[in-house]
Write a new protein. Structure first.
Length: 278
């Protein structure tokens, strides 16, 4: 039996508190409902030639941004964000809820971003299938029965949300989630300066002292936290930001740092987001 199967066997033999399992599943359901609301809710247009965002199969925007955007004048149309894949289906025990964006602008940076998103989507779907197959195989190999298996399903969610935009820039995140009793989530952030065909960096937003500004904000956030979930620096916790630190821009243009699960805190903290004031 390989390590994965042994891990699954241990996992299956460990009692999971009913309340915890209920909360996790409810969280997955809420996340899926929120994604559907973003995709299928009322979306807005801003002209034809001057449109910055066009809905094709559904445009995802944060509720606050969607409410405010109708009042923002649009001066030029350099890009579009389209939903190029959007489906909900159950196949072989996997419940898929997928919405994939693509940026249309014609520049090298957007082409690279689109290719990266598609590569990550394909890899996530393939990994989810492999995880589900291995989980099912381990379940029966360790004595599980068809009756015990019942109608088990695994949720696979791919979704995106536009966090902010101007006439020439856009900031959005793409989320990948997978889970049955426990769940895993990944978030990738994209901040694009369409006019200059480049990625927006923290230095662009905060200036030359961006490292100190971000470090101060993160440390202040950790210091005021009372959950006890953040790791100490000597235990793999936060030490400093760098060029690889992920972030998105909120509606007022301020960065929000995004740390993956387990990066600076225990898994119960989930993905940690820390706002930074310039």
């Amino acid at each position: 039996m390989n390590e994965f199967k042994r891990a699954r066997e241990e996992y299956e033999s460990t009692p999971i508190p009913e309340e915890r399992g209920r909360r996790v599943q409810e969280g997955i359901r809420q996340g899926r409902s929120a994604g559907r609301a973003r995709r299928h809710g009322l979306r807005w247009g801003v002209g034809v030639a001057a449109a910055c965002l066009v809905m094709v199969g559904g445009l995802n925007v944060s509720p606050t941004f969607a409410a405010a955007a109708a009042d923002v004048p649009v001066l030029g149309g350099l890009f579009q964000v389209l939903t190029v894949r959007n489906y909900e289906t159950v196949k072989d025990g996997i419940d898929y809820d997928v919405s994939v964006p693509e940026v249309e602008a014609g520049g090298a940076v957007t082409e690279a971003v689109n290719a990266e998103i598609q590569e990550r989507v394909d890899a996530h779907l393939a990994q989810a299938q492999a995880d589900w197959d291995a989980y099912k195989e381990a379940f029966f190999a360790t004595g599980g029965t068809e009756e015990q298996w019942g109608d088990r399903e695994m949720d696979v969610i791919i979704d995106y949300e536009i966090k902010s935009q101007t006439d020439t820039t856009v900031s959005f995140v793409v989320d990948f989630a997978e889970g049955w009793v426990a769940s895993q989530q990944q978030r990738y952030c994209y901040n694009l300066d369409i006019a200059n065909d480049k990625d927006i960096t923290l230095a662009d937003v905060l200036g030359g002292d961006w490292v100190n500004i971000c470090n101060t904000a993160v440390q202040a956030y950790i210091d005021q936290d009372t959950s006890g979930l953040f790791f100490a620096p000597d235990q793999g916790g936060f030490t400093t930001v760098d060029d690889t630190t992920s972030f998105y821009l909120n509606e007022d243009g301020s960065p929000v740092l995004v740390f993956p699960e387990y990066a600076i805190a225990a898994g119960a903290a989930g993905i940690v987001e820390i706002p930074v004031e310039g």
